[in-house]
Design a protein around this ligand. Sequence first.
Ligand code: Q9C
Ligand code: ZN
Length: 345
Amino acid sequence: MKIFFAPEQLLHAPLVELNRGELGPPFEHAGRATHIVTALEAAAIGAIETPRHFPESILCRVHDTAFVDFLRGAHDEWRALGRPGDALPICWPGRSEVTLTPPESLDGRLGHYSFDVMTPITSGSWAAVTRGADTALAGAAWLAGKDGGGRSAFSLCRPPGHDAGRSSYGGYCFLNNAAIAAQYLRDEGAERVAILDVDYHHGNGTQQIFYDRDDVLYVSIHADPSSDFPYFAGYRDELGRGAGDGFNHNLPLPRGTAWAAWNEAMDAAEGIVRRFAPEALVVSLGVDNFAGDPLSHFRFKTEDFARMGRRVAGIDLPTLIVFEGGYAVDELGNNVVSFFSGFEG
Ligand code: Q9C
Ligand code: ZN
């Protein structure tokens, strides 16, 4: 397997996370990525390559320029105000008082662009997330035959991306790595690109970015948002809009779902992808379906990720795998290695 990983991604280092009313250690931390790197090396899944730098303008193919500018400067602004620690929002526009203009105040903009309180902007966040995008883009370029090339690649991105929208961040995500990669594949000539999201959580950001489009299909299997994050998107009746009508498919499953029921949902997802006849597939891979995941409520065993990898390989398309969630740190490496043993098996 061709693997891309930029070590600068470790520079995003949140100090605390608000969880169930208490400040505690962040679930999304650099150790997630280092554990996976160690496991991939030990299992000899493939050589790990550092991605090249792509022009920042590529980010704006799927993200709003003002949003990108905000992310770049937010922590410097925070420090310039004499504040310690991580930049966190304190308030959001209420449903009936939405202003579409980002306020001048940093606190106003933190509330304007974020949608939750668990995604702090730290001093190293910008370096990390831009190199995360490079990691995804290097994988896409590999598929597109730009820098050598092949039929599959793994972009080990961290922090994750699929909750970040055109101009919104949250769910530990800042830049939408999978969306940036899918758009790059389009720009390099693929007529249709499918995104299959198998993270435990719905990828509300990816859905939003492509909701009006018929050239990028989004299909997601995830925990029912009526019980789980991101709560406000990911329902079955969200099918796309305008030209995009019929090109967004959500397959929510109840808490407690184990391999057999997930696999049936995968039958449906595969059918939807095949009917679309894409030239490339981007997989948002989360391993938070794992039974031992501290944030999730599915019941995958480590060997079920090999089955998942087998199913993804069976779709038989040029495939870029982009890493998303998974928080059972001690088992993360095993679960990712299991996926690739099935994918390549
Ligand atoms: N404070 C990804 O897995 N919510 N995003 C848990 C605990 C976590 C999920 C609440 C939602 C983030 C990419
Ligand atoms: Zn997740």
